[in-house]
Design a protein around this ligand. Sequence first.
Ligand code: NAD
Ligand code: UDP
Length: 340
Amino acid sequence: MTILVTGGAGYIGSHTCIELVKAGYDIVVADDFANSCMEAVRRTRKLAGVEFPFEKIDLTDYDATQKLFDKYQIDAVIHFAGLKAVGESGKIPLTYYHNNLDSTLSLLEAMKSHSVKNFIFSSSATVYGPEAPVPYNEATPVSRITSSPYGNTKLMIEYILKDEVKANPGFNAVLLRYFNPVGAHESGEIGENPNGIPNNLMPYVAQVAVGKLDMIHIFGNDYDTPDGTCLRDYIHVVDLAKGHVAALKKIKENCGLFVCNLGTGKGTSVLEMVKAFSKSCGKDLPYEFAPRREGDLPAFWADPAFAKEQLGWVAEKGIQEMCDDVWRWQSKNPAGFPQD
Ligand code: NAD
Ligand code: UDP
């Protein structure tokens, strides 16, 4: 079975390529390097032990996407490609709507004309919206709108896929709602490689640890949580990658529409995360409390029961392993991937 991995040069995609190869799948990777680079592909090939085909292509280009499907016999698509910076999406919403929606539509068109019926989509816990009860459960209806244009693209693509399943018998769409992916491959050879100053907690903390940034700013310590800082469900990227392999089994059962959380079911506070990372890097990391960040929810985590029941998948790695692996990646590659 050959899987097209879009965005396979990126953070989650690269780790998933390795797990797919391990599980015996053939893969083809397509990416335009909007947020990644060839060195990530080279290292992923090496870790996977396979020189899998790579195509540099912008998936919003409908003709190029059709040609990709002409060239390879694809059985299923795992669609990671997309722009993902929440803050940036508020500043350039049209770019986000154009990139994320058009790349998905272009793939679906090419799949239709090549009779490919299996699609796995990288969705996000953000689709539950601010009113959903915690822990987030798949039976909870999605929000009408999310807190960012980025989140809205996830919501809209979920609707597009739901409609396509209704209209196209035999079409399978798996919507995987990720919680907070962190961690890196245990080799320290690949990991998250953000452009500029990171917005997310883990890469920010890692850059303080390596001396690129001075101080961690913890956004809010007056939330109604045990230590006053926000709780999130951090999930190791390798566990997340394995969740995609498990989801392929569901597709083989001809699932139609299948929606599933990928999280651990445990909330961890910002302070706990900083302390765990301090242990990994062997020094107390400097932090200060700062005002709350607009749009942040106090606490959410996944109900992981459905994933266990339906996919037989459970996240196995804990917070300390996540921090150890990020530290290995960051300390081996303080400047991220070398530029080509
Ligand atoms: P990433 O930016 O590392 O990877 C995305 C990849 O897609 C990049 O390599 C980028 O170059 C590529 N890309 C973007 N637009 C493209 C286009 N038009 N054509 C071809 N390639 C394109 O991000 P990631 O963290 O690996 O996230 C993967 C997916 O998971 C994204 O869809 C993201 O929205 C989703 N997701 C991520 C998180 C997270 O916290 N990392 C959480 C929930 C959902
Ligand atoms: N956070 C923080 N300082 C930072 C970045 C993030 O205190 O420099 C907090 C943020 O307020 C949230 C948690 O860390 O409570 C996780 O934020 P992140 O952006 O990583 O993920 P989100 O859940 O917002 O998608």
